[in-house]
Design a protein around this ligand. Structure first.
Ligand code: FEO
Ligand code: CA
Ligand code: CA
Ligand code: CA
Length: 590
């Protein structure tokens, strides 16, 4: 066994130029391979239907195959050359998912679409020729939009969670819109339900009756992205107004037990949940940082009441199974002078009481956004992923952008969100006072204000003059050596055009937080976003997700055929995991 790699960060790789080619590019001294594209068998024994390139796989097939739109991901090591890769499938491109698209929608297509979101657990192993999936694997599992799960924490069983199908308000079918993620100290996976509102709808005329809370969360009839509600009644907001209360949560999954029931942890608050990044407080409790990815939404922190039982084995996972159900939820206020406060979202405190619409603890977590309004939290430019530096404890968050900042009738700029029409986003960081994640005060600054500095009014500011430039950071990961990996999600129509022309396709960069050096490491195929990043414990393998290649249509055709075809139109583009290694087997990024 080799010694752990030395700490420190050199970015010794050959940086790659911005690219508009329909391919993954990595530094010349690296190689990459594609793993587990959409439709690949997950590896469940006796249920491994092959991918049908014409998208004719059934809804039942899709329930045991890779979902679409790979997103947040973690590698749970089971020895030096083996582990479980657990990943989110965020949403579906229904024109690609079904042979004849969505004209018309059918109940079967709704089922297939629900089965194409959620989470995959796959087993992978390192062979001399590279990493491969273990098929079948006793760990292989698909969790999707119809998987039964439990609701726990302060909202469980309360009237807001009760539906016709579940009068007890303690169980729900499925998780979807799974974007970023987290990993608990006891070795479970946290998946975050982001744009859940997109799947709830109803007759447009009913929009006039939408409540303030429904508007705030986007669950308004007539505004859905997918017309599930016409075919599956639970998605009709006018018939089942409580069903959307059962989404927008952090869901805990034990990847090592395929029989385990996923649990929605309502103590962490309901939002367009982007990340759930865990760290330990000085006294051994768990702190979880969370983003809420919508314009002008908040950054949250949960601190558990109870201490964590150390370890990641089955006994530790069992001992910690209720840690996420009791604790304090906070929301961040960023003040001038680089100071900040964590404001308690606790029923009965900070005016969170019946007179203001919060009759009980369930109201506070179900409507966490409105609780944040009441306590005066800072409205951010779309907080996405959060990463904690393993050595310094410093916390980094991507603010992916907000072009409504400063518009008439919208919040003005503030110290933490200093650019009007913030089209490029950036990365902000903070240090908890006393170096303790339980602290209620912190110091913050901007690590980078992203964008192309040559554009007039870009307002970009990079830590180093020779840093590679980028836009709309989203995915974020700090590896065990302290390297900061930045992934971008520029909207498809922007890529390669106008103010974004110099930035190329979406990309992944590697940064040294200490020196502020930022270098482009990987570029993605046309139309894709880069999201989800994890290294093996020996830092010799990097897993990265390529999401929605071909999202942009040119003459009705996806603008990518990655990874199966060379020319657009020659194959259905597929989201997939990319495995990146140095050709000499060395540590990635150094
Ligand atoms: Fe799914 Fe906010 O990215
Ligand atoms: Ca994201
Ligand atoms: Ca995004
Ligand atoms: Ca995207």
């Amino acid at each position: 066994t080799s010694a752990l790699p030395a700490q420190g960060t050199t970015l010794g790789f050959t940086g790659v130029p911005a690219s508009l080619t329909d391919a993954v590019t990595v530094p010349s001294e690296y190689q990459h391979q594609v793993l587990y594209p959409w439709g690949s068998p997950t590896g469940i024994a006796g249920a491994m239907p092959p991918f049908a390139p014409d998208a004719s796989n059934s809804a039942a097939d899709q329930a045991v195959q890779a979902g679409m739109h790979h997103d947040g991901m973690h590698f749970f090591a089971m020895g030096p050359d083996r582990g479980l890769l657990v990943m989110n499938h965020e949403y579906t491109d229904d024109q690609l998912l079904h042979t004849d698209g969505t004209n018309p929608w059918t109940a079967d297509k709704v089922r297939k679409s629900l089965h194409a979101m959620g989470v995959s657990v796959i087993e992978v192993e390192r062979k001399p020729e590279g990493w491969r999936q273990v098929l079948p694997s006793r760990y292989a599992r698909r969790i999707h939009g119809n998987t039964p799960m439990r609701i726990a924490g302060p909202a469980a069983g309360t009237p807001r969670m009760r539906t016709a199908a579940n009068p007890a308000g303690d169980q729900v079918f499925g998780t979807f819109a799974n974007c970023a993620m987290g990993v608990t100290p006891w070795g479970t996976y946290l998946t975050c339900e982001e744009n859940f509102q997109a799947y709830f709808g109803g007759p447009k005329e009913a929009a006039v009756r939408a409540t303030e809370a429904q508007r705030r969360y986007g669950t308004v009839p007539g505004s859905s992205w997918a017309e599930y509600w016409r075919l599956e009644e639970r998605f009709d907001l006018t018939k089942h107004p409580n069903e959307p209360h059962r989404f927008g949560w952090v869901v805990e999954i034990d990847p090592f037990d395929p029989e385990s029931t996923p649990v929605k942890r309502t103590a962490l608050g309901r939002k367009h949940q982007e990340s759930a990044t865990c760290t330990l407080t000085k006294d051994g409790r768990v702190a979880i940082y969370m983003g809420d990815d919508s314009d002008f939404e908040y950054i949250y922190k949960f601190v558990s009441r109870d201490k964590v039982t150390p370890g990641t084995d089955a006994a530790a996972r069992a001992a910690n199974r209720e840690v996420l159900d009791q604790g304090t939820l906070y929301v961040a206020r960023f003040d001038t002078g680089g100071r900040g406060d964590w404001l308690e979202l606790v029923h009965g405190r900070n005016a969170l009481e019946a007179a203001n619409g919060f009759a009980n603890p369930a109201d506070v977590v179900v409507h966490a956004r409105m609780a944040g309004d009441l306590v005066g939290a800072t409205r951010m430019d779309r907080p996405e992923w959060i990463a904690v530096h393993p050595q310094t404890g410093e916390v980094y968050v991507t603010l992916t952008g907000n072009t409504d900042r400063g518009k008439p009738g919208k919040p003005a700029v503030d110290p933490a969100n200093p650019r009007a029409n913030n089209r490029y986003g950036g990365i902000l960081r903070w240090r908890e006072d006393g170096g303790d994640a339980a602290s209620t005060t912190f110091a913050w600054d901007h690590f980078v204000l992203a964008g192309d500095p040559r554009q007039p009014d870009a307002g970009a500011r990079y830590p180093q003059p020779d840093d590679d430039v980028f836009g709309n950071p989203d995915g974020l990961h700090i590896d065990s050596g302290g390297l900061l990996w930045i992934q971008t999600d520029m909207a498809g129509p922007r890529m390669g055009k106008g103010a974004y022309a110099a930035l190329g396709n979406n990309t992944m960069l590697c940064a040294d937080p200490a020196s502020g050096r930022i270098k482009r490491f990987l570029t993605g195929p046309s139309g894709c976003e880069i999201t989800g990043c994890v290294l093996t414990p020996d830092r010799r393998t990097l897993f990265v997700n390529i999401q929605h290649p071909g999202e942009i249509r040119v003459d009705g055709m996806p603008n990518s055929a990655w990874p199966d075809g060379k020319l657009p139109g020659s194959a259905r583009p597929r989201s997939a995991t990319v495995v990146v290694q140095r050709r000499d087997g060395g540590i990635v990024g150094t």
